[in-house]
Each structure stands twice: as C-alpha cells, then as structure tokens.
Design a protein. Structure first.
Length: 478
C-alpha cells in the first residue's frame, strides 16, 4: 500500500505537470506530423503502467504469502502431484519432534492422538498363598488414550523452542503388571500436572549444531521416531521404544542437550547428541532425591529408507544411603523400502541394586529386544492413503517379580528370568485432509505365561501370568 501511495504521489508531482507541459507544447506548435508514431507512443504509455501495476501486485502477494507462512507454488504443485499419485508415504517426524502441522511465521502446532478400546482382555492375578496356590482370572474391557501430544514448536533460523504435553490415561495391563518402573514411566495427567509427561525447552542452533535446555527427551536411540502414526500399534507396549516401556529410560528429563543434526549431499542425514539429565528434587521418575543421567547417540539416515543409531546411557540413583549406577547400550534401526518397514531395537543394561537389610550392592542385567516388521499397500486415491499389516515381537530378560517392591530391590528382580510378547495389527490410513492424517484399525497382543523364579517359595513369585488383549484403535496427527 505504501508503494502504491508513493507511486501515485510521484505521478502527481512529476508525471502530471510533464503531461500538461506536453499538451501545451502540442497546442502551441501543432504537434508532430506523424500521427502513427503518436498513436504507438500513446499505446506504449498506456501499457507500461498496467505492466508495472501487475508486477507490483505480484510482489505484494508474494510478500503477503511469505509473511503468513503460505507454501510456495512449487511446493503446492508437488504436494498436489504426490496426492494424485498416492504412492508417496508421509515422511517420518524429524528427530526430536512429534508430528507437526503447517507453520505460521515459524510456529508449528503439534497434535498426535492415539487411543483404543479393549473389546476383549484378560489376565490372571495371584490370589492365594503357598498352601492354597490360587489364582483369579480377571477380565478387562476399557478405553485408553496412549498418546495425547499437544503443543507448539518454533523453528527459527537460530532460535528453537518447544512446549508439549503428553496426556495419557491409565492402562490396566501395565497398572497390574510387576514392573514398578513401567508404571512410574507411564505417567498420566490424571495423577496431577506434575506427573504428566511434557517437553518444555528453548535453545539455539548454528550450522545444524543445537543447544537445548529445559525438560526434554533424552538423546537416546530412535525413541522419538515413535511419535507418529507409524504402522498403527496403539498399546503402550507397542508405540514406543521397549527400553522406555519397561522403565529403564525416562521419556523426558530435565537438563541440557547438545548435538548436531544435518543433511549431507541432500540424501545423507547425520545426527548425534548428548544430554545431561539432572532430574528434579525428589525425582518424579526415579523415586530418588539424587538422580543423574547421561544419554547419548550417534546415528545415520539415508532418505526415508534407513535410520540407525547407536545409543548409550549412564544413570546414578541414590537409595538407602547408597549410590547405584546403571549403564546401558543400545542399537536401534528402522528400514523402509517399497512399502516394507522394519523397526528393530536392542538394549542391554547393567545395573546396581541393593540386597537385604544390610544394603549390599548387587549387579544385575537386563536385555530387551523388539522387532515390528510390516507392509503397507498404497492406493492411488483422492483421500485413501494405505492399508498396513504389521507383526510384533518383544523379548524381555530381567524381570520384576512383584510390583509392590522398590525398583532398586535386588530380591525382587531376576536377571535370568524372561518374558515375551507377540502381536499383530491391521490398520487403515487416510491422506492428509485439511492438514490432518487419520488411522483406524485392530490390534491383538499376547504376553504368554512364563516361569520367572525357580527359587520362589510360592506360585505367586514363580510365574508371570501374562495377559491377552484385542483392541479397536484410532489415531490422528496434525
């Protein structure tokens, strides 16, 4: 508008007097003899302001689009082409991010919702003594919200910030399980805002190097890659890295992170990170008033086909006047090609626990393996994206016997005990409609009965009775 007013002012001050003088010149001297040249000149003078006006309008529209964060025309055309082809799978969420929608001046809204309703579920509970040896069969029919990530993220040229809240509801099979860490790690806003899982951090970045400070996800493996619709598993055991679900790694921790995440030669993604989690006083996650964790990873990705990382953690807990160390290493992999997807997780942990009233330090270990191969068939359709089928296998070595005990109690933990889970899921996905992608499907999951303690004096400690569940599920991301 300012440019138009300035142009009009110039026209009033200079062009109009000049045209008036030219008109006087014609009147006084009779004009030029060649009327054809006069006619062509007049036409050019009429066309020039029109072209100039059109150019100014185009520049004005471009400036307004840039201000409002609208996508470029080329991106819009590419998006329309991909939508028509129906063969381009949505890229996974970037490292450290949940699924994010369109930006407004650098600010991206984040919304990811995954939940389900258990139409059939059952588990056994020890309900006897050494003499009666009695168990009770418990049936479950309940709804649960597994992921409810809501928030905003800002990615400026040099400034980054994020604020999200992960709202969840209680999950019966985890609440009634023997692992005290898993229950603590699966915090819910129902238990108060202080217990809710959230990320609130700020930071800076230069040349793909970043520094973050606040409450954030530890730099570990590919844990953050599960924060999208994925293949559609929507039970707590199947949507996140197994090291988190079993409780050996916090999903968020207060501290500082330093790292690099950049693209080399357009196709190769190299990322590494190191975070120091100080924990809070009377740590919400680890039930300790002195907690420290050091988490790191080194990884590589090639387009959307391969993403792999080597990860490690060092954690120190304080319990009964003793400092207890835990060291963990992990290899995390996700391979995708021609509709096939294969996420794989391997984690090995070495921990110190306390035995008996004398608080003698004892060494324990745990091993976690998880694989979820799947295949998705894509449609060339206006709004139908794909249907996906995936399997799931989890192996846990290092089992808690009784959820009532402290998680650092060696007597309640058996390193040589093992449980496993198997599952299958089938899901239907939509393409992006008004910025939203959706999913609906069905999951079957089973944890078979397993003998976990040969030295136990009664059946309640000898067996993990497992569970069976059939879940109707749905999800959406923006």
């Amino acid at each position: 508008m300012f440019k138009k007013m300035l142009t009009l002012l110039i026209a009033v001050l200079f062009v109009v007097p000049f045209m008036a003088a030219a008109d006087d010149f014609d009147d006084d001297f009779g004009g030029f003899e060649d009327e054809g040249e006069d006619s062509e000149s007049e036409e050019e003078e009429e066309e020039a302001p029109a072209k100039k006006k059109s150019k100014e309008q185009s520049e004005s529209d471009a400036a307004m689009k840039d201000l409002m964060g609208d996508p470029d025309e080329e991106k819009e055309e590419a998006s329309e082409k991909n939508s028509e082809d129906g063969a381009v799978e949505a890229a996974p969420a970037e490292e450290g991010k949940a699924a994010a929608g369109k930006s407004f001046k650098g600010v991206k809204p984040i919304l990811l919702v995954k939940g389900g309703f258990t139409v059939f579920g059952s588990y056994k509970r020890w309900n006897g003594s050494e003499s009666t040896k009695k168990t009770s069969s418990m049936s479950s029919m309940f709804g649960s919200l597994d992921e409810g990530i809501v928030g905003l993220e800002y990615q400026g040229k040099h400034v980054i910030a994020k604020g999200t809240l992960n709202i969840r509801t209680n999950y019966a099979f985890m609440e009634n399980g023997a692992n005290p860490l898993a229950r603590v790690n699966y915090h819910s806003i129902q238990n108060g805002a202080a217990n809710a899982l959230y990320e609130v951090y700020g930071g800076i970045k230069f040349f793909d190097v970043f520094i973050k400070a606040g409450k954030l996800m530890p730099e570990y493996g590919l844990v953050d890659s599960w924060q999208n619709l994925g293949m559609g598993f929507t039970t707590p055991y199947l949507t996140r890295s197994l090291v988190v679900v079993e409780g050996f790694l916090p999903e968020t921790d207060a501290g500082l992170a330093l790292g690099y995440n950049g693209i080399i030669k357009n196709d190769h993604n190299v990322f590494l990170g190191l975070s120091l989690g100080t924990g809070a006083n009377n740590s919400e996650f680890w039930d300790s008033d002195r907690t420290m964790g050091l988490y790191g990873r080194v990884g590589y990705g090639f387009k959307d086909y391969v993403k792999a990382a080597f990860a490690f953690q060092y954690r120190k807990d304080h319990h009964m006047a003793k400092d207890l160390d835990a060291v963990g290493i992990g290899v995390h992999l996700n391979v995708s090609a021609k509709g096939f997807e294969m996420p794989f997780t391997f984690d090995y942990n070495m921990m110190k626990m306390l035995k008996g009233e004398n608080a003698i330090r004892k060494s324990t270990t745990s091993l976690l393996i998880s694989a979820a191969p799947g295949y998705a068939y894509h449609f060339n359709h206006e709004w139908i994206d794909k249907v996906g089928l995936a399997l799931r296998y989890d192996l846990v070595q290092g089992v808690y016997l009784n959820g009532a005990e402290h998680y650092l109690n060696w007597n309640n933990f058996k390193s040589n005990s093992m449980i496993m889970r198997i599952g299958v899921t089938a899901n239907f996905f939509t393409k992006e409609l008004a910025g939203v992608r959706g999913m609906a499907g069905l999951t079957f999951l089973m944890q078979p009965k397993s003998k976990v303690d040969k030295s136990g004096t009664y059946d309640g400690k000898k067996y993990d009775y497992g569970f069976t569940t059939l879940v109707l599920q749905a999800g959406a991301e923006f």
